[in-house]
Design a protein around this ligand. Structure first.
Ligand code: C2O
Ligand code: CU
Length: 459
C-alpha cells in the first residue's frame, strides 16, 4: 500500500502540528449571515486567517435537511461587498437562484434577502455567493447543503468533505490579486494550501469493515482535484447530487470546481492501520481524510451497495431535439482575436483584456444581452459545447441537471461538466423549470474573465 506523504503546507513551511478546528458547530437558526471571521486555517503555530464565511467560519457549518423539506433562511450580508446566495445544484424556483441582476437585486452590506424554497432532490449540494464570486468564494464563503433521502442507505458514518483551495501568504493571510489577468487567462487562481472542512486534513476512527458514506464537494475557486482511495473499497453512488443507476467500484475520482461525488466506502484496511482519501498531485498524494482503523482483524466486507433511490428529474429526450452551439474561446495560447461585450460592440483582444475579459462564449465576452436559446417549457435542448481553448473548463448549468449525449448513450445526470482542452461534448436537458438560468464556467476566475451565458425557459 502506498503511504500518502504528510500534508503540504505553505511554501517553505515545515510540517507542524495539525491545526485544530476553529469553527462553530451550530447551524444558526433561520438566519444565514455572511460575515468576517478569523480562523486557524494554517497549521498551529501560524497566525489565524481573516476570512469571510457563513456564520464566520470557512466553510460554513452547512445546512442539513430531508428531501421534500423547505429551506427558509434570511440571508444577512455583513461583508463589505454586495452579495447573494446561490444554492448550487438545487432545482428551485428561478427567483430563489441567487443570481444578482438576473433573479434578484444584489444584497448590499447590511441588507437582507429571504430565501424560501423546497428541496426536490436528495443528495450532496452546496451554496456560495453569485456576485464577485471569485473573491467571495476565495475568501471562504462556501458551505454544504446535504439533503437526506427519505430512507438513507445504511452506513456507519456519513461524512461531508468540503475541499477549499486557499492562496495564503507567509503570514497565512489571504493573498489579494482577485483581478489578476494571468490567473484569469490560465488555469485560474490556484492556491497554495488546501483544506478539508477548514482543516489541513479530516480524521476519524472506524472499525475494519465499517461502511462510510463520503460526500466530497470541490468548493475550490478554480482547482481540479483528483482523489484517490487507500485501504478503502469504494463505490461511486452519486455525482453532483444525483444517484447513479449503476454503482461501480472506483479508486480515483476527478472533480472539477463545484462538482461533487458521493462514495460508499468500506474500510478494507486492518485494525491498527490507516485508510485514506487522498488528493493526488504531481508530487505525491496528500491526505484529505484519514481513518484510524480499529475493530477486529479479518472483518468481512459487505456486499456492494445498492444504487441510491433516483431523484424525480425529467429525462431529456434528445432524439430530434433542438441543438445550439456553445463555443468557448480565448485564454492564454487561445485563438480569440476579438469578441463582443454585453453592449454588442466588437472589441479587439487588448481592449477586452483592459476590461478583465479574456474568454468568450459564442463570441461574447461577459454576459450577453441575448439568451443562448429560448426554450419552451418541457422541451429538451441539446447544447454542443466546443472547448476551442487550451484550458479545461467546468461548465455549469443552473436550475436543471443534464445528461451528456455520447455514442454509448446518455451519461449520468450532472450540473457541472468538466471539459478538457479541445474537447467537444454534447449535453441535453429537459427544460422544465421556467426562468432565466445561467450557463457558465465554474472556474470562477474564468467566469470573471468572461465565460458566462444564459438561457431562457419560457413559463
Ligand atoms: Cu455554483 Cu453559477 O454556480
Ligand atoms: Cu473555464
Amino acid at each position: 500500500m502506498i503511504h500518502p506523504t504528510r500534508r503540504n503546507v505553505l511554501g517553505g513551511m515545515a510540517a507542524l502540528a495539525l491545526a485544530r478546528p476553529a469553527r462553530a458547530a451550530t447551524d444558526a437558526a433561520l438566519i444565514l449571515r455572511a460575515e468576517p471571521g478569523r480562523v486557524q486555517l494554517a497549521p498551529e503555530g501560524y497566525p489565524r486567517t481573516d476570512i469571510w464565511g457563513y456564520g464566520g467560519t470557512a466553510p460554513g457549518a452547512g445546512i442539513r435537511a430531508r428531501q421534500g423539506d423547505r429551506i427558509t433562511r434570511l440571508f444577512e450580508n455583513a461583508i463589505p461587498r454586495d452579495s447573494s446566495v446561490h444554492w448550487h445544484g438545487i432545482r428551485l424556483p428561478n427567483a430563489m437562484d441567487g443570481v444578482p441582476g438576473m433573479t434578484q437585486p444584489p444584497v448590499p452590506e447590511g441588507g437582507t434577502f429571504l430565501y424560501d424554497f423546497a428541496l426536490p432532490d436528495a443528495g450532496t449540494f452546496w451554496y456560495h455567493p453569485h456576485l464577485n464570486s471569485l473573491e467571495q468564494v476565495g475568501r471562504g464563503l462556501t458551505a454544504p447543503l446535504i439533503v437526506d433521502e427519505a430512507e438513507p442507505p445504511e452506513v456507519d458514518a456519513d461524512l461531508t468533505l468540503m475541499l477549499n483551495d486557499w492562496r495564503l501568504d507567509a503570514e497565512a493571510r489571504i493573498a489579494e490579486g482577485w483581478d489578476d489577468l494571468h490567473d484569469r487567462a490560465h488555469a485560474g487562481r490556484i492556491g497554495n494550501y488546501m483544506t478539508v472542512n477548514g482543516r489541513p486534513v479530516d480524521s476519524h476512527a472506524a472499525d475494519a469493515g465499517a461502511r462510510l458514506r463520503l460526500r466530497i464537494i470541490n468548493a475550490a475557486t478554480d482547482r481540479i482535484v483528483m482523489l484517490g482511495t487507500f485501504g478503502l473499497r469504494a463505490h461511486l453512488v452519486a455525482l453532483d447530487g444525483m444517484p447513479l443507476a449503476d454503482v461501480a467500484p472506483v479508486e480515483e475520482v476527478l472533480l472539477g470546481p463545484a462538482q461533487r461525488a458521493d462514495l460508499i466506502a468500506d474500510v478494507a484496511a486492518e485494525p491498527g492501520e490507516r485508510a485514506y482519501l487522498t488528493m493526488v498531485e504531481r508530487d505525491g498524494a496528500y491526505e484529505v481524510l484519514r481513518i484510524e482503523v480499529g475493530g477486529r482483524a479479518g472483518a468481512a466486507l459487505r456486499p456492494a451497495p445498492a444504487p441510491l433511490p433516483p431523484n424525480p428529474v425529467a429525462d431529456p429526450v434528445s432524439d430530434g431535439a433542438r441543438g445550439v452551439d456553445l463555443v468557448m474561446a480565448g485564454g492564454a495560447m487561445g485563438r480569440m482575436g476579438e469578441a463582443r461585450t454585453a453592449d454588442g460592440i466588437l472589441r479587439p483582444m487588448g481592449d477586452l483584456a483592459q476590461r478583465g475579459l479574456v474568454w468568450s462564449m459564442n463570441g461574447v465576452a461577459g454576459m450577453a444581452g441575448e439568451p443562448l436559446a429560448e426554450i419552451a417549457r418541457g422541451e429538451t435542448l441539446r447544447i454542443r459545447m466546443v472547448n476551442d481553448t487550451a484550458w479545461p473548463h467546468a461548465m455549469h448549468l443552473h436550475g436543471h441537471h443534464f445528461r451528456e449525449v455520447t455514442e454509448a448513450g446518455p451519461g449520468p445526470l450532472r450540473d457541472t461538466l468538466l471539459m478538457l482542452p479541445d474537447e467537444r461534448r454534447e449535453i441535453a436537458f429537459a427544460a422544465d423549470n421556467p426562468g432565466d438560468w445561467m450557463v457558465h464556467c465554474h472556474m470562477l476566475s474564468h467566469q470573471a474573465g468572461g465565460m458566462m451565458a444564459w438561457l431562457r425557459v419560457l413559463g
